[in-house]
Design a protein around this ligand. Structure first.
Ligand code: EPS
Length: 387
C-alpha cells in the first residue's frame, strides 16, 4: 500500500517526506519533482517568500540510476530562508532554550489558539510553524511520484481555478492535459481569460487593503480505470477517500465531487449521467459528468471532477482580526505576519497532488506489483476483461 509521511516546520531547516510502497523500476528524476514544486509556487497574490524559496531537493533514498528501487523514497526539501537568516536559526533551533518573542495574540481561523491549548504551548509559533501550508511542498514532492506511477497506466491529473474571491469563471469548457501549460501560464491558473482579468483585479484590490481572498479550484483526472475504490466498505469508497484528502489541505473548508451541491436541487429524472454503449471504442460511456466520475464509491472510467473551496487566509497584512492576548486575556488584534494575499492558485496544485496520491494508492491496491511492469500489465489485463 502506497503511504507517505511528512515532517518539518515552515521556517526550520528542511521539509522531509518518505513515500513507501512504490513499485521498483519507476523512472524518476529530481527534475520531475522540482518541476511540480515550481508549479506550486506559481500564482499572483503570493507573498515575497515564494521568490526566494527555491525548493531545492535532495533525493536521499529509494532511487538509483533514475528509477525506484521498491524501497522507501526519501526526499528532503531545504528551506532557503533558514540558511539565509540567523533569525530563523535561533527561532527554530532544536537546542534547549526559549524564544525572546513569544506570539501570544492567536490569529482567528488558524490552528494557533486551539493548538496552544491542546499541546500546552505559550508561544503560537510552536503551533503555526507546523500548521503552515509550507508543509504542502512535501506533499507535492510525494504527489510527483504518484503522478509518475499514474502516467504508466495513462492517467493524468490537472487543476484550474474556477473562482477567486467573488470572480468566477462561467466557462464550461474543461482544460485537458494539452491545456495545462496555458493554465500554468495564467497568473491565477485560470483557463478562462475573462475571469482571469477579474480575478487579478480583485487580488490587486485586496492587496491594497491588506486583505486576503479565498476561492474554488477544480481538479480533473483523465484516463482513469474503471473500479478504483469500492462500494463494499465505507472506508474504501473513492469519493470518501478523495474528500478526506482534499479536506486535509490547509484552509480548505469545502469539497464537492462533480456537481454535488447543484445536483441536490434537481429532480431525480434530471440528476444522473445516462449510460451509453460506444460501439467504436467498445466501452460504456456516461452522457454527462454530473456525478464527477464516481458511482457507488468507484471510478466509472469517466473524467473525475473534484472541487475544493479554500477560505481566505487568516493571516492579514493589516492586523484586524479580533482576538485575545493569551497572557493578559485582554482584547487585542491578531499578530501580523508576512503573508500571501491569496494561495488559491497554489492550492490547485496541492489539490492535484492529493487526488493523485489517492488515485495512485487505489490503483496500486487494484493492480499491485512490486515491479512497475507487473502493475501496468495487471491494469491492461483488467481493461481487456471488462469489455
Ligand atoms: C504560510 C505563510 C507564508 C507562505 C507560506 C505559508 O510564509 P511566510 O510567513 O514565511 O512568508 O509563503 O508558504 C510557503 C512558504 C510555501 O512554500 O508554500 C502560512 O502561514 O501557511
Amino acid at each position: 500500500m502506497l503511504r507517505y509521511l511528512t515532517a518539518g516546520e515552515s521556517h526550520g531547516q528542511a521539509l522531509v517526506v518518505i513515500v513507501e510502497g512504490l513499485p521498483a523500476g519507476l523512472k524518476v528524476t529530481s527534475g520531475d519533482i522540482s518541476d511540480e514544486l515550481a508549479r506550486r509556487r506559481l500564482g499572483f497574490g503570493r507573498g515575497p517568500r515564494q521568490k526566494f524559496e527555491q525548493d531545492e531537493i535532495v533525493l536521499v533514498g529509494g532511487v538509483r540510476h533514475g528509477r525506484t528501487l521498491g524501497s522507501p523514497v526519501a526526499i528532503e526539501i531545504k528551506n532557503s530562508e533558514w540558511f539565509r537568516s540567523d533569525v530563523w536559526h535561533e527561532e527554530m533551533s532544536p537546542a534547549p532554550g526559549v524564544t525572546k518573542k513569544p506570539l501570544t495574540q492567536p490569529r482567528p481561523g488558524h490552528a494557533d489558539l486551539t493548538g496552544m491549548q491542546k499541546y500546552g504551548f505559550d508561544d503560537a509559533r510552536d503551533v503555526l510553524e507546523r500548521a503552515s501550508a509550507r508543509e504542502t511542498a512535501a506533499r507535492v514532492a510525494a504527489g510527483a511520484l504518484a503522478k509518475l506511477l499514474l502516467k504508466e497506466i495513462g492517467v493524468s491529473v490537472l487543476s484550474h481555478v474556477l473562482q477567486l474571491g467573488s470572480a468566477r469563471s462561467e466557462n464550461t469548457v474543461r482544460p485537458t492535459l494539452l491545456d495545462l501549460d496555458r493554465v500554468d501560464e495564467s497568473p491565477v491558473r485560470c483557463f478562462d481569460p475573462l475571469a482571469e482579468t477579474r480575478m487579478i483585479h480583485e487580488i490587486e484590490q485586496a492587496a491594497k487593503e491588506g486583505d486576503s481572498l479565498g476561492g474554488i479550484v477544480e481538479v480533473l483526472a483523465y484516463g482513469l480505470p474503471v473500479g478504483l475504490g469500492s462500494y463494499v466498505h465505507w472506508d474504501r469508497k473513492l469519493d470518501g477517500l478523495l474528500a478526506q484528502a482534499i479536506m486535509s489541505i490547509q484552509a480548505v473548508k469545502g469539497v464537492e465531487i462533480g456537481d454535488g451541491f447543484e445536483v441536490a436541487s434537481r429532480r431525480g429524472s434530471n440528476a444522473h449521467d445516462a449510460i451509453i454503449w460506444n460501439e467504436t471504442e467498445k466501452k460504456y460511456v456516461r452522457q454527462t459528468t454530473l456525478a464527477g466520475g464516481t458511482e457507488g464509491g468507484m471510478s466509472t472510467g469517466e473524467i473525475l471532477v473534484v472541487r475544493a473551496a479554500m477560505k481566505p487566509l487568516a493571516t492579514l497584512n493589516k492586523p484586524s482580526l479580533k482576538t485575545v492576548d493569551t497572557v493578559t486575556k485582554e482584547e487585542t488584534v491578531s499578530f501580523k505576519e508576512r503573508t500571501d494575499v491569496t494561495a488559491v492558485p497554489a492550492m490547485g496544485v496541492v489539490a492535484e497532488t492529493m487526488v493523485a496520491l489517492v488515485l495512485a494508492q487505489e490503483a496500486q491496491r487494484n493492480f499491485g506489483g512490486d515491479n512497475v511492469d507487473d502493475f501496468v500489465n495487471s491494469a491492461q489485463s483488467f481493461a481487456k476483461r471488462i469489455v
